[in-house]
Write a protein of this length. Structure first.
Length: 308
């Protein structure tokens, strides 16, 4: 299973929605997908940053078909409005669930519903968005849902009934456990899609160890300081830029050989061209998946039934 990031399949006629697309891996995935000919919808919290990203893609990819739409994944109302807008579209070929908090707050915070903020941003909003926008995916032949996981899933425990981190919060656990939950969700969704006979694939990916200091500078999108550049380049042997990290979700979105339930990451774990990877046993555990699905429905108040 080989892949050349410089020879991406033609994506003309496809519509791809990328959450959190104004910076980082989400931005570069959007740029690469636009370069392949897809119509890319940047779903972002900040209108100003979204427009900066749209302008950058149009500047760097002549003729790019790209637009922005509002989405704050930690705000249930915003998620509902974004889903309603997606339902008005004729098709959505790929829903790339990328938005998230990478550097969680030192102290536990909650969203308006009382859910822990990192879990809300990295998992709950995407669960609600996918559930509400599901009909447009159902009517799009061969649609894909791509969930962004993380290498951090290899380095943390996962107490299923403490997803909210009540009394046990620290920023590392908040990030790592939210990413484990995201991967669990992606694989559980795939199982439910296959059981229902749906022509939709759920694929999970991780971008390796991708840092802003090793990423091309783009006005309004990625402007690391000289100190950040210096520090990140000291780790060049095992890191890569976020532009290279974006190769993985782009492959998950467009490679005709990718199947539901696949897990992709950089070939050399932290860096390299995208390849099949090994997910943690917890991520793929059916019992854990069923329990997490149940909890996500409870926390969001959103039923998500995948019926034949």
């Amino acid at each position: 299973m080989t892949w050349d990031p410089a020879a991406v399949p033609n994506a003309h006629g496809k519509t791809v929605v990328v959450t959190g697309a104004n910076a980082g891996v989400g931005y570069f995935a959007s740029e690469q997908l636009a370069a392949a000919g897809a119509h890319v919808v940047l779903a972002c919290r900040s209108p100003e940053r979204a427009e900066a990203a749209v302008s950058a893609i149009r500047r760097r990819v002549p003729g790019a078909s790209v637009e922005a739409t509002p989405l704050d994944v930690a705000d249930a109302g915003s998620v509902t409005e974004a889903a309603d807008a997606l339902l008005q579209r004729e098709r959505v070929d790929v829903l790339l669930l990328n938005a998230g908090i990478v550097h969680p707050p030192a102290d536990r915070a909650v969203d308006a519903r009382g859910n822990e903020l990192v879990l809300s941003t990295n998992v709950l909003g995407h669960f609600q968005l996918t559930a509400l926008a599901f009909p447009v995916l159902e009517r799009t032949p061969g649609a894909r849902i791509v969930t962004l996981g993380s290498l951090a899933t290899l380095l943390s425990r996962f107490p299923v009934d403490d997803l909210q981190l009540d009394g046990s919060y620290n920023s590392w656990n908040a990030y790592a456990q939210s990413k484990i939950a995201a991967q669990v969700l992606g694989f559980e969704l795939d199982r439910r899609l296959r059981a229902a006979g749906k022509d939709i694939a759920s694929v999970v990916v991780h971008p390796g160890y991708s840092t802003s200091g090793r990423t091309p500078g783009i006005r309004g999108v990625n402007q690391p300081s000289k100190a950040k550049r210096f520090a990140d380049n000291l780790q060049a042997a095992w890191t890569q830029g976020k532009d290279h990290g974006a190769w993985v979700p782009v492959r998950a979105a467009l490679d005709p050989e990718v199947r539901g339930g696949d897990f992709l990451g950089p070939r050399w774990v932290t860096k390299g061209a995208p390849a099949r990877a090994l997910a943690t046993r917890t991520s793929r555990d059916r019992t854990v998946g069923a329990r997490v699905w149940e909890l996500l429905e409870e926390y969001t108040g959103q039923r998500f039934t995948v019926a034949p």
